[in-house]
Design a binder for this molecule. Structure first.
Ligand SMILES: [Zn+2]
Length: 553
């Protein structure tokens, strides 16, 4: 299986493989081909757009000796000479790569820069790549400045930062700056399409659109999400699963749609539909999910809240109380028919909008806006499905219970998050993997939670550690997303501190991956020792393709 490796495997090794940064590449190629190389470059741009990737390709371009060993500096590094292969595998002695985020001490910086005076050992240039350079201390900057002011001819600086404003002007003024662009969602989706085709992974285009958007301009994040989606979908990337994984088709969207219908509030309804459209969720899927929520509402109305999953029961009961029984039947029917006819609509969004407006137009119940009025199943005369309605009313205790639930004003603050009660046994944050598994953490927050290991929780500070390989997750943007998801569970003033360090392999992801490997091995074992298959192999001279064996479920 190919999970967890796409970002590394598909890291561009040539300028032409870098996507979305043509303006930078053109300028660099020009400089390389004419031999007019600046001694210090600064690549700026948000995380994951390719700053250090470009820096490494530039290092190759400067040091490549070509296939025959006699080549010079080039905009098309050969990829096979010793310099190219050693840089690709991270063992080129004249390339010194520093992550300033973890290496801010002035002594280390000075030590590093002292080596600049010596000629390169095997390369043409001694290349210093300093990532997240804005994190250097003031004195470390001063140490670097000396070398930047009078750089030896064989030294090349490539600095990278997400935050150029934090660089001293003295450093900025000595660098040739290139601003890397955020990658557009469609560009990312195209890139992912190319990768999955070449990896022979089945996919739905919609799913990749969604990941392209969720990647927020970052190629690396998109690929991490893609890896996650492949694992999540057991080897295929499907829209419905990706929507769940990203939390894109959050049930709250569907709940809002239904409440707008109940309120006959067409304006809010249309605005909600716009929001759904911007998240690249297909309206076909939305109608399907909507129908399944409406089916649950019907169950809540007729059988009772215990008929649905505990976590959703409260919200569903609230919504169910806003509709007459026959209206729920009607909306269900409208959703199914709307989905059937969606392909006939001028476009999906207008088809969906018409379907939702139809639901408002055909509502029987006159309870719009009556937020605190209990609706009993018998309250509304229902010509179309009257039989159903009265059948429901034969159980008076049921009606009373629905009425009691319904008398809660909609929107009253919940005493606790809906899932908190169900998860009380795992609310102990120290048992991190159980704590994470019990929560529906999605998107990058879920990724961070699964890849991180628990260090401690005290004074409202949750400390996590991620391994070096996952260090891109130690980003305050992700910590903030996770914090937002956990703030109702842990302290109100929760802070999350993520460090990069030695991980002991107990993260949820590591445990899951081990379990997956064990299942694969067990599957291989059971296939190889199966007497029927063994006979088949003996009788027909068949061989077993062990690599193709996948555990079921
Ligand atoms: Zn080369």
């Amino acid at each position: 299986m190919s999970h967890q490796v796409l970002a590394r495997k598909w890291r561009p090794r040539k300028f032409e493989d870098v996507i979305g940064q043509e303006h930078v590449i053109k300028a660099l190629a020009n400089a390389l081909d004419t031999g007019r190389i600046h001694h210090a470059y600064l690549f700026t741009g948000t995380r994951g757009v390719g700053k250090t990737t470009l820096a490494r390709i530039l290092a190759k371009a400067l040091n490549c000796v070509g296939t025959d060993g006699n080549g010079g500096m080039t905009s098309k590094p050969c990829g096979v000479c010793s310099a190219c292969t050693e840089i690709d595998s991270g063992r080129f002695v004249d390339l010194l790569e520093v992550d300033a985020a973890t290496n801010t001490k002035v002594d280390e910086m000075r030590e590093l820069l002292e080596t600049a005076q010596y000629a390169p050992v095997s390369g043409r240039y001694k290349v210093y790549i300093i990532d997240e350079v804005h994190m250097l201390s003031k004195s470390a900057f001063n140490a670097m400045l000396k070398t930047l002011e009078e750089p030896p001819g064989h030294v090349e600086f490539i600095l990278a930062t997400t935050d150029p404003q934090k660089l001293p002007i003295t450093v900025l003024s000595r660098c040739l700056q290139f601003n890397l662009r955020n990658l557009a969602p469609n560009l990312l989706a195209e890139h992912l399409t190319k990768i999955l085709k070449s990896e022979n992974v089945p996919f739905e285009a919609r799913a990749l659109d969604m990941i392209g958007r969720a990647g927020e301009g970052s190629a690396r994040d998109s690929l991490s999400l893609l890896d996650q989606a492949i694992a999540y979908g057991a080897g295929a990337v499907k829209e419905a699963e990706v929507a769940t994984m990203l939390g894109a088709l959050d049930q709250t969207y569907l709940y809002s749609l239904l409440l707008h219908i109940a309120n006959r509030d067409a304006k809010s309804l249309v605005a909600e539909i716009e929001t759904i459209a911007t998240r690249a969720i297909s309206f076909d899927l939305t109608l399907k999910e909507l129908a399944s929520v409406v089916a649950k509402l019907a169950l809540v109305q007729t059988v009772g809240a215990e008929a649905v999953d505990g976590a959703e029961a409260k919200k569903l009961t609230e919504i169910a109380s806003r509709f007459a029984v026959d209206d729920i039947q009607l909306i269900y029917q409208i959703a199914l028919l709307g989905r059937r006819d969606l392909h006939l609509a001028p476009d999906e969004q207008s088809g969906f909008t018409m379907t939702m407006l139809r639901a408002i137009a055909f509502l029987h119940g006159g309870n719009a806006g009556a937020t605190t009025t209990p609706i009993s199943a018998t309250a509304t005369p229902a010509p179309a499905t009257g039989g159903y309605s009265s059948a429901a009313s034969t159980n008076p205790t049921e009606d009373k219970r629905i009425a009691a639930e319904a008398s809660l004003p909609y929107g009253a603050p919940s005493p606790s998050p809906p899932w908190a009660s169900g998860a009380s046994s795992t609310s102990d944050v120290a048992n991190w993997s159980a704590f994470v598994s019990a929560r529906r953490l999605t998107g990058m927050a879920g990724m961070l939670a699964k890849q991180a290991e628990f260090l401690g929780y005290s004074g409202g500070v949750l400390s996590l550690v991620v391994s070096e390989a996952q260090k891109h997750l130690a980003d305050k943007k992700y910590a903030e997303k996770l914090r937002a998801d956990l703030v109702g569970v842990l302290d109100e003033g929760l802070r999350i501190n993520v460090t990069v360090g030695a991980a002991s392999g107990v993260s949820v992801a590591a445990v899951e991956e081990r379990a997956q490997r064990e299942r694969e091995q067990a599957a291989v074992q059971s296939i190889s020792s199966d007497p029927f298959i063994k006979n088949l192999a003996d009788d027909f001279g068949a061989t077993i393709d062990l690599a193709a064996i996948r555990p079921v479920g």
